[in-house]
Design a protein around this ligand. Structure first.
Ligand SMILES: Cc1cc2nc3c(=O)[nH]c(=O)nc-3n(C[C@H](O)[C@H](O)[C@H](O)COP(=O)(O)OP(=O)(O)OC[C@H]3O[C@@H](n4cnc5c(N)ncnc54)[C@H](O)[C@@H]3O)c2cc1C
Length: 489
């Protein structure tokens, strides 16, 4: 099944427990600050029904006439990996790479986890079956997922069972015939109030013997009784237009702490529990989730491309491109973009076969993206600020270019070859992208979405393949070692 945007919105239902801005919101579609981003997610569902894009964005699952979103596809051939990339680029171009929880991200992640069903089988067939069935259920109903892995930022120096309040972190309270009862909190889940389901598993960091009850992985509908989303303050509460706020008018995704108050998780939604070994090794399996990182990296390419194009447009608008200091910044920005594009190209065109015979993008290349992109992006945002100067701040509103002062505004805000409204529009995009809170949030997301960047890079170092270069190095050292052994000084 391929849902339409309307079906996604209708599915959000009136029975959630969302705490935001001092209110309890049951029906998220009625809460004004959520409306524009709900429409942005809905647009991605509608895109799949556009005859021009249907074949790129959907595929036949093999179950009769059924089609599914391509981001659920477990590539059967190397060409399927490229095919996935084409679909991800189309989704990302539509959302300008600004929806960090666009549905394709978790669809890809779930597909990657399902490909590792045998990893779950180590502890029993039922866990492998549960994850496989869950993947099929989400795929066939075209559901929207987010995930919540970390524990609340309470006291990072102590494991879960030694916290001042040991019931703080998500843990199994008891087993029942119907399933597990879980309580405690998880942080953070992007877009949780606006998704259908939540995937929960433990962040391995800091788990030690004694923490077994906290070692639980499961999936659950967001409207499950006892599940509460505590949101951060919305970054956008006013109604914004696409001229004044081209980014923040559409992409304020919201983030939430998830509280489980004696929530029943049915057995068929449990993937493991009371399992320290699974919890502490899952990240190595999860790090093999090149499909999920593929989605994120494609978003990064789109954002890097938008940023580079914006820098060129700023330079052209106020004619600063001829200055060597500006040329150097433009050159570096394009080099960032090409580096990121190159990593994604390499990942897509040098895929690896998984033990199940499926294909995934090259893990080293796609994870290298996660290591370098946050630094590139922070530098790129700084360059946009440098190129913009005060132009990014001195930006009247659309109303000023259509109101009584329009003539004056169009004259005195003019660019080298543009009227005032046109020059200001470019700088408004610059501010919305790199200065506004929604843009700043994306920068933070880039840094932390794969977990603590320091741990991510360290884990990457452990698994990366440098064998080819190690042989070269050994060859160089061997020459000196021969000299040493020969005693010729
Ligand atoms: C915008 C945004 C969106 C996100 N969306 C999601 C989402 O949808 N789902 C999800 O599951 N997660 C999400 N995350 C959370 C993300 O996974 C975490 O931010 C990340 O795992 C780091 O954990 P933390 O933020 O709790 O930082 P902490 O772990 O509290 O780290 C804070 C600082 O303390 C240091 N530190 C903490 N513990 C140790 C230690 N043991 N050893 C050494 N140094 C330590 C860290 O290096 C860091 O400098 C999101 C984060 C952001 C910012």
């Amino acid at each position: 099944m391929i849902r339409t945007g309307k079906q996604y919105i209708d599915g959000l239902g009136p029975d959630r427990e969302i705490y935001i801005g001092g209110r309890l919101v049951r029906d998220v579609t009625s809460y004004a600050p959520f409306r524009s981003v709900i429409d942005s997610y809905a647009a991605l569902y509608d895109l799949k029904h556009d005859p021009a894009h249907r074949d790129v964005l959907t595929y036949a699952t093999g179950d009769g006439e059924e089609r599914a979103d391509v981001s659920f596809l477990l590539p059967q051939t190397p060409e399927d990996v490229v095919r996935r990339g084409d679909a991800l680029r189309l989704f990302s171009n539509t959302s300008l790479g600004m929806l960090s929880r666009s549905p394709d991200i978790m669809n890809s992640q779930l597909a990657g986890i399902a490909d590792n069903a045998d990893w779950f089988r180590q502890w029993g067939d039922q866990w492998a079956e549960n994850i496989t069935n869950y993947y099929r259920y989400v795929r066939d109903n075209d559901l929207f997922l987010t995930h919540a892995l970390g524990s609340p930022q309470t006291d990072r120096s102590k494991p879960s069972h030694q916290q001042k309040d040991p019931s703080m972190n998500v843990h199994v309270v008891r087993e029942t015939d119907a399933g597990l009862i879980v309580s405690g909190a998880k942080q953070l889940a992007t877009a949780a109030p606006l998704t259908d389901e939540l995937l929960v598993w433990p962040n391995a960091r800091g788990l030690v013997p004694g923490d077994e009850a906290y070692c639980v992985a499961f999936a659950i509908p967001v409207n499950s009784p006892g599940l509460k989303c505590f949101c951060r303050e919305p970054l956008v509460t006013d109604v914004r237009n696409a001229y004044d706020h081209p980014i923040s008018s559409r992409f304020e995704e919201i983030d939430a702490l998830i509280v489980f108050d004696e929530v029943l998780v049915p057995w068929d939604r449990v993937f493991f529990y009371n399992n320290l070994e699974a919890a502490t090794t899952m990240r190595f399996m999860a790090q093999g989730l090149a499909l999920a990182h593929h989605s994120t990296a494609v978003q990064g390419v789109v954002r890097a491309g938008l940023t580079a194009a914006l820098a060129y447009r700023i330079a052209e608008t106020i004619q600063i491109g001829g200055f060597p200091n500006v040329g150097e910044k433009l050159g570096r920005l394009v080099a960032f973009l090409k580096t990121i594009e190159g990593l994604v190209y390499l990942a897509e065109h040098k895929p690896a076969k998984t033990p199940n015979g499926n294909w995934v993008p090259d893990r080293d290349a796609i994870q290298a993206y996660n290591v370098v992109f946050p630094e590139f992006n922070a530098e790129a945002y700084k360059m946009i600020r440098r190129l913009s100067g005060a132009g990014m701040m001195l930006t009247p509103s659309l109303a000023d270019f259509t109101g009584p002062g329009a003539q004056v505004a169009n004259r005195f805000f003019a660019g080298a070859d543009t009227e005032g409204w046109e020059r200001v529009q470019v700088f408004k995009l610059a501010w919305d992208l790199v200065g506004e809170s929604v843009g700043q949030r994306v920068l933070l997301y880039d840094e932390f979405h794969s977990g603590d960047p320091m741990f991510f890079a360290a884990n990457y170092a452990r698994g990366a393949d440098v064998a080819e270069w190690t042989s070269l190095l050994d060859g160089v050292l061997a020459g000196g070692a021969d000299l040493y052994r020969s005693g010729r000084g």
